[in-house]
Design a protein around this ligand. Structure first.
Ligand code: GRF
Length: 203
């Protein structure tokens, strides 16, 4: 049974989808802890499932590195096999990525490498594209630049706002995330091999 830590910052709708999936008989992974860099509304989903939460407020630390060290110390208590960033709106310090990767994945509401960064939905709208997407990647040292594990196109419709487009993307994001976690748990996706292959492709 793959043990999973999920890190969030906001509503945690993607976390909720993962919690619901993990509650299904036969799902090969279970969430053991939910962490956040701020008092996230999504903690309510963890509490509803009786899953421990870890709050490490970014603003209480002098540096990103000190925050990352404390987050790692608290999450590693559960020795998760996989750490999922699902709505964590914070870049992890390099030392933390190095400690957890490649068993560290992230969901992003765009068709990477298109529109990386904190405003992927807003940027796609501003670019006037007719389609964007959702992606699940292995986290590397960059911003949404790691190897892609799954992605799918999502249409941009006339009159879309950032909210309506994001709400159309999120269900796709959730389905991809659940499928990726299941594939990792069942050994059909080997994160070390994916990361090594990506590293060998670097110029
Ligand atoms: C998701 O689209 C995630 O990819 C992005 O922010 C959104 C978080 O939504 N970083 P939620 O907190 O899971 O509802």
């Amino acid at each position: 049974m793959l043990t999973v830590a999920v890190l969030i910052s906001g509503a945690g709708s993607n976390l909720r989808a993962l919690l619901d999936a993990a509650a299904e008989p036969g799902f090969p992974a279970r969430i053991v802890v939910v962490g956040a860099d701020r008092q996230a509304d999504g903690f309510a989903h963890a509490e509803a499932f009786g899953i421990p939460t870890v709050l490490v407020p970014f603003r209480e630390f002098e540096t990103r590195e000190e925050w990352g060290d404390e987050l790692r110390r608290q999450i590693d208590v559960w020795t998760p096999d996989l750490v999922v960033l699902s709505g964590l709106m914070r870049l992890l310090p390099t030392a933390l990525v190095d400690a957890w990767a490649p068993a560290l994945i992230n969901t992003h509401p765009a068709y990477l490498p298109e529109f990386p960064g904190a405003h992927g939905v807003r940027d796609a709208l501003a670019a006037g594209v007719t389609e964007t997407g959702a992606s699940v990647i292995v986290v590397d040292g960059g911003v949404d630049s790691g190897p892609i594990l799954a992605q799918e196109r999502v249409p941009v419709l006339p009159g879309d706002t950032e909210h309506t487009l994001h709400e159309r993307i999120k269900p796709v994001e959730r389905r991809l995330l659940i499928d990726v976690v299941r594939a990792i748990a069942e050994g059909r996706t080997d994160l070390a091999a994916v990361a090594a292959s990506a590293a060998s492709d670097l110029p």
